[in-house]
Design a protein around this ligand. Sequence first.
Ligand code: CAO
Length: 565
Amino acid sequence: MAKEVIKVPDLGGADQVDVIEISVSVGDTVAAEDALIVVEGDKASMDVPAPMAGKILSISVAVGDKVSEGDVIAEIETDAAAADTPEPAAAPEQEVAAEQAPSSEAESASADSDTPAPAGAAAQELAVQVPDLGGADAVDVIEISVQPGDEVAEGDSLIVVEGDKASMDVPAPFAGTVVSIDVKEGDKVSTGDQLGVLKSAGGAKAAPQKADSKPVEEASGQAESSRIESSAPVASSSISSASEEPPAAPQKDHALERDLRVSAEVYAGPAVRKLARELGVTLSKVKPSGPRNRVTKDDLHAYVKEQVKKAESGSVGIGTTGIAKMPEIDFSQFGPIRTEPMSKIHKLTAANMARNWLNVPHVTQFDDADITELEEFRKSMKAEAEKRGVKLTPVPFLLKAVAAALRAEPSFNVSLHNDGEHIVRKDYVHIGMAVDTPKGLMVPVIRDVDKKGLYDLAEEASAMALAARDGKLKPRDMQGACFTISSLGAIGGKGFTPIVNAPEVGILGVSKLSVQPLWNGKEFVPRQMLPLALSYDHRAVNGGDAGRFMTYLVSVLSDVRKLLL
Ligand code: CAO
């Protein structure tokens, strides 16, 4: 163990910058590069990262302090190996400086490319490339500041990119009209990538005559003459470069304008923006508490906590649906009561049912299958099945028939992709079977039903039902179903509307068979009719598909010889 003092690194000449956020607390363990504090100069804010991993022993600055290069920020306890590293603070200082400041090559390239054209130059469409990012690579595009058709002045922000330690504007290298922006938020870009096309303002002061000039081609490595690097990113004109660039550099003013504009909307440092993206939080919804209405990490955490609390205040399983919570009722006022804890399975089922009921637009289609012949066949095979140690109930026939229907009408063997843009088609047939257990409803899954025989299915179904009732199912036994069968036939009832077990898109509810008079063209004959209810997710399955599925299923159950085909 060794103690190290962490100092403010080279700020590229900036002095007396404000400490606007303390990102760690005493006792925190940090990794190398974790933000310790956030400082802000005239034009931009930047994280000051930990130069090495360790435990924070003390913090010597507070929000509102002004700091300069060399001021002590904190004391850190590192392990011995880290302590041996010579001048541990130097590396991150240089890294920050390198990432913040434009390299000298970038400056010369952008200086070349930025040289204003003589008045009267013709308008020209030029591809704009990501300039030298000072060593940073594959940085995130976090904001598109313009859109096609926009008029921009030289130095206006085109896009904002964000690396590990800073966000920066990429300004227009010359005045003109935006023809296209070829990147989008979330893309990763590196030096030389084309970010868009600008049409130079013909005859305007800032039209770039250097688009096809040698230095730009060389700098970009492109043979095309219509490419041009954007000016160095504006973060390079932030703290570190504020004193390095000519005082009248136009992009500085635009950067300031942009900083002010963005801070009017959301004002937050790179680390906070990164965290917000990781948490999926829209920063503009977070109430800022930092100086100049800055969103801090604490604000983000408070916002997330509040959202979670709101979500949890709904009734069992109900999330962010906006449905009011059920009022609390003291039932003892009506008579004697007992309040018992719900089993874990019961609670999970409640949450899943509520989620599926609220998320899935259900349609339920009904039909009766004439299973007179199926029942005759099943009863004729019962003794033989018993010899083999299996009980041949209608369930294995239902499994087999549903598997055949899923193959014949694959529109049911799908799941909706979470991105809302894709559908996942499955080339396997695993079927879930709802089992009523003393602890609650469980749905074990029988795999590859289409490849198994009736005896195997009967054996597996009863083994699964037994395991469910004995609480012996493993999580994997209940995963991967394409479709579910819920049979209440042994219990009774004429029909019910089952809830789709998402991400599956269909479920078959089976009720108790009964003998019904059926007209055969000459007379009424007694037939054994099995009531079926097919619920489906109407986002994934259309009524036509469901009609075909049900018709096929009924025809197979009515004539099991079809299963042989
Ligand atoms: N109509 C009439 N009788 C039926 C029938 C039907 N649709 N389905 C089964 N039966 C009969 C069986 O043939 C058996 O009779 P025999 O003993 O005379 O042969 C009897 O009912 C009992 O069957 P079972 O329950 O032992 O076996 P199964 O294969 O029919 O069902 C299982 C297995 C696991 C599906 C069932 O036990 C079960 O748990 N069902 C409940 C599912 C449920 O809770 N669904 C609701 C989910 S939403 O809350």
